[in-house]
Design a protein around this ligand. Structure first.
Ligand code: GTP
Ligand code: SPV
Ligand code: MN
Length: 610
């Protein structure tokens, strides 16, 4: 690929940040790119990079006017999701990574990676992307610099984070610490060798050094493996920072809900990957008088405020949302944001009009498409037109319902926390925790069927504490203890109420027990009415569930209080099995399990057998 991006190709690093200049030089000496390019983050630069990516065949420019200034990318079919078995936490001591993470001695890992990175950018450009996660005017801006040989990563990072000159200048002025995040697709080009549309390497390594706060990622160009500000920095590295500094970095959406009485509440919700965060964050309420605004759809950094309250900030600038299932009927707010343009779609299908389509976008599929693999596709094909983990990448400020508080460096006070997963059975539609500690128990034992967001089997139930299983950058036992310690620092008057939710429960007939999407506003309404002490609930062994009459079903055709009772039923036999599985899960923590959580499990067992 030839590049016209010559303006910022400078021999001497154009920065007064001595550490950054030295690191860039060192990495360039190792990876041996043809050129080093400093990303300025401006629109002209982005246009140029996209044009180059179109020429290289990586991007297709959409010509359908419904998707202005937007592009589609098609990855290598083996590079479509996060790769958890290739993700490592390389702390000095193995026990500091814990049983939920892959570990390798940092020295051995670095030797291996330095071998792989040696010459890995040959024939390519190395882009220097200064970025900040969260507000640039935060008390301590969370700086990072990603070095990458993928222009797709540059254009995607430009949507997901604040990048470029403005960030670099402030970083220099403060001589600030930054997280070094090195990325290579691992596909050097020999002279004369023809490139492919999505270069990557079969050998993938997504590696974190939590003590050094450093990231090295090799071999993949996809989302969470390659956009290093996202999962690698804002969850794995940030969770280790948060443990050391007394805050929380969580896999949560943040939503503002305003009642007809004009009282506002902020709700954070932790659901595993592809389990409904983006959809709930962009909720269009189906009940009159309730209003929702978005603050974040994937990551929530929570600090303790002056009054002992939990305050949440979304460190991202864009949405990297699951495309399938996002449609005009299920999520019109997302569709409005997407169709404003300026988006990059990955592994969706192309329409004959030069637009994009995926399963669930419209009720009826177009008569003809080009599927994500480039094949002709018709509704009779019997295959998915879009990959199940295909994604849209869209600037968050295109969301009409974005809350102005999104821009507040001090974030918003969190009034409720939802933990949720994808379970066909056992877990009721909604359960209010008996107490804060009981809520932490719910989070620590959260479980979900696996999804296409990560490579591997789909549909297998696994424990996913606080929806952070693939993202805790240290020992999971220490993580639960950290939550326990944060709990001790919160003002008891200010503690969020905690709920366990499951939008994915099935009826005995096999359908969803709850319509979900916009109708989830009915569940949120019940939750805030529980905060206010005005809604009815039934006490069960696992917590409080709504009575059949307590959920507002106004306008929900054909759904009755009896259906609510089915959706929230607590089946003792299922729960006795569940408790056995929780026992097995907790046993893995050994001595590290906080005593308060063990006590919660004992209490649950006693209530179930009472
Ligand atoms: P990540 O970006 O991977 O962290 O995922 P996410 O939690 O943001 O998931 P997302 O909201 O994108 O939802 C993933 C899938 O769940 C989509 O296919 C949705 O259509 C589906 N989904 C979301 N909410 C609901 C719901 O309330 N009911 C049902 N049945 N499906 C839902
Ligand atoms: C997830 O898998 O939870 C995502 C998508 O949000 S990725 O950025 O690829 O991790
Ligand atoms: Mn996610």
């Amino acid at each position: 690929m030839s590049t016209s991006s010559d303006q910022n190709v400078i021999d001497a690093a154009p920065t007064s940040h001595v550490k950054l200049a030295a690191w860039v030089e060192e990495v360039a000496a190792l990876t041996k790119p043809d050129r080093v390019y400093w990303v300025d983050g401006l629109a002209e630069e982005n246009d140029r990079l996209c044009a180059e990516l179109v020429e290289a065949g990586t991007l297709v420019k959409l010509t359908d006017p419904n998707f202005p200034n937007s592009y589609a990318a098609f990855s290598d079919p083996k590079d479509v999701a996060r790769v958890e078995e290739r993700t490592f936490i390389c702390s000095e001591k193995e026990e500091d990574a814990g049983f939920t993470n892959n570990w390798e001695d940092p020295k051995i890992m670095k030797e291996r990676l330095n071998g792989l990175f040696d010459g890995s950018m040959r024939g390519r450009t190395m882009y220097v992307i200064p970025f900040v996660m969260g507000p640039l005017d935060a008390e301590q801006p969370a700086y990072g610099v990603e070095l990458t040989d993928s222009a797709y990563v540059v254009t995607s990072m430009r949507i997901m984070a604040k990048i470029g000159n403005e960030v670099l200048r402030k970083m220099e002025a403060e001589n600030a610490f930054f997280v070094p995040a090195l990325h290579s697709i691992g596909a050097p080009l020999e002279p004369g060798q023809e490139d492919v549309a999505w270069p990557c390497n079969e050998d993938k390594w997504i590696v974190h050094f939590p003590e050094e706060r450093a990231i090295m990622s090799y071999g993949s160009g996809y989302g969470g493996n390659a956009l290093l500000g996202k999962k690698c920095y804002s969850l794995r590295i940030a969770s280790a920072m948060a443990r050391d500094e007394g805050w929380l970095a969580e896999h949560m959406l943040i939503l503002k809900l305003t009642s007809p009485q004009n009282k506002s509440y902020h709700i954070a919700a932790a659901f595993p990957s592809a389990c409904g965060k983006t959809n709930l964050a962009l909720l269009d309420p189906t009940i009159d008088g309730w209003k929702t605004e978005t603050l974040g759809d994937d990551i929530n950094w929570m600090r303790i405020g002056k009054d002992g309250e939990l305050r949440g900030v979304n460190p991202e600038y864009g949405l990297f949302g699951v495309a399938p299932g996002t449609g005009w009927s299920t999520n019109p707010n997302a569709m409005r944001a997407i169709t404003k343009g300026n988006s990059i779609f990955t592994n969706v299908a192309l329409t004959d009009e030069g637009g994009v389509w995926w399963e669930g976008m419209t009720d009826e599929a177009p008569a003809h498409l080009t599927d994500w693999l480039g094949n002709d596709w018709t509704p009779e094909s019997g295959t998915k037109a879009a990959h199940p983990n295909s994604r849209f990448c869209t600037p968050i400020d295109q969301v009409d319902m974005l809350s102005q508080d999104y821009y507040s460096p001090n974030g918003v006070k969190i009034d409720a926390i939802l933990f949720g997963g994808r379970r066909k059975t056992t877990i009721p539609l909604v359960t209010e925790a008996r107490s804060w500690t009981n809520g932490i128990f719910m989070g620590s034992t959260l479980s979900s069927e696996t999804t296409a967001a990560a490579a591997g089997a789909v549909g297998q139930v696994r424990r996913d504490p606080m929806a952070m299983l693939p993202f805790i950058g240290y020992n999971a036992g220490d993580y639960l203890n950290h939550w326990d310690q944060i709990s001790g620092k919160l003002n008891p008057e200010q503690m969020p109420k905690i709920f366990l939710v499951n939008w994915f429960r099935r009826t005995p007939e096999g359908g969803f027990a709850w319509p979900g999407f916009g109708d989830n506003s009915r569940v949120l309404k019940w939750a805030v009415e529980r905060i206010e002490g005005t809604a009815d609930a039934k006490e069960t062994a696992i917590g409080y569930v709504p009575t059949g009459e307590a959920l507002d079903l106004t306008g929900l055709e054909g759904f009755t209080p009896a259906d609510v009772e089915t959706a929230v039923a607590v089946n003792t036999d299922e729960w006795l099995t569940e408790v056995e599985s929780i026992e097995e899960w907790y046993a893995k923590f050994g001595e590290a399990l906080p005593a308060s959580l063990r006590a919660e499990l004992d209490g649950l067992k006693a209530r179930l057998s009472a």
